[in-house]
Design a protein around this ligand. Structure first.
Ligand code: GLU
Length: 288
């Protein structure tokens, strides 16, 4: 049995559009071609944006496209305890710190920080007395990864050697073994104030747990890879191969995006478009 395992990991924050069909079909076909496994994972840890009806829509739309996947599907909101355990492990290793700042406070900090965005993205721990006071006041906080501590923990040589293997390509055509520079991401949030978990940690936790050998996803997530490689390294999790794919575009060369109100697969279906027609359009743009 091939150990090729890949996944499609949508967030149920809206109905799927052709860009999602492209991504799901790319991963599904790759698994078929490799005689491997295809998993569907629901990344629903954002309580403000994820909705059960959008999750139902994902199953409906993917089935309509002719995809099938292994059951049970992992729904991240069912596993918040797992991510909390992972954050606690990092806390014990002094790799994360509490951050009570609001998004606005951090953005405002960009103007005042000596190195602008680079410093503001690494706000650092609060002074001990201030933290104690904030904790006492019951103000919510996020856990942020300390890049300084991560650097000291793995050591300068391992930090400089951090890399990932790209079988697809980055936005500038990057391919092959690529140096990962997690410092560009800053002290990312690993546990949100409102959810106790956050994307980067939940994603790499599950990729490791599910034995994902190939992370196949859109180019828009290429920039997420360096920090995800660092998190994997801190936990000693296995390194998957990455295959970022181009983003499907419409007739005007514009990419499909939820926020631009792209036509959804559900609307196309209701308008009488067949799954075959959508698949054919998707296949035309696929890097074969
Ligand atoms: N849930 C993420 C999204 O919908 C995808 C995560 C990934 O493929 O790594 O953008």
């Amino acid at each position: 049995m091939s150990r090729f395992v890949t996944r499609f990991a949508p967030s149920p924050t809206g109905r799927l559009h052709k860009g999602h069909a492209f991504s799901a079909l790319t991963a599904f076909r790759a698994a078929q071609d490799a005689g491997g496994r295809f998993l569907l994972r629901i990344e629903d840890i954002d309580p403000t944006r994820c909705k059960p009806e959008f999750e139902d829509g994902i199953y409906e739309d993917l089935r309509w496209l002719g995809l099938d996947w292994e059951e049970p599907v992992r729904r991240q909101s069912d596993h918040l305890d797992d991510y909390a355990v992972a954050v606690e492990t990092l806390r014990q290793r002094d790799l994360v710190y509490r951050c009570f700042r609001t998004r606005k406070e951090i953005l405002d900090g960009i103007g005042h920080a000596p190195h602008g965005i680079t410093d503001a993205a690494r706000p650092g721990p609060h002074p001990a007395d201030e933290e104690a006071e904030l904790l006492q006041s019951g103000k919510p906080f996020a856990w942020r990864l300390s890049l300084d501590r991560a650097h000291d923990t793995i050591g300068g040589a391992a930090w400089d050697a951090l890399s990932f293997f790209e079988e697809g390509h980055g936005p500038d055509g990057e391919t092959g073994r690529i140096r990962a520079r997690p410092e560009l991401a800053g002290d990312v949030v690993l546990a949100r104030k409102d959810a106790g978990a956050a994307y980067h940690l939940a994603c790499v936790h599950d990729d490791a747990l599910q034995g994902i050998s190939h992370v196949i996803r859109g180019l828009d997530l290429f920039e997420a890879t360096p920090i995800q490689r660092l998190i994997q390294t801190l936990f000693g999790w296995e390194e998957p191969v990455y295959r970022h794919h181009r983003l499907m575009t419409d007739a005007n060369g514009k990419r499909f995006a939820k926020r631009d109100g792209s036509v959804t697969l559900a609307a196309l279906r209701e308008g009488g478009v067949s799954a075959d027609a959508v698949r054919a359009e998707v296949l035309l743009q696929m890097d074969l």
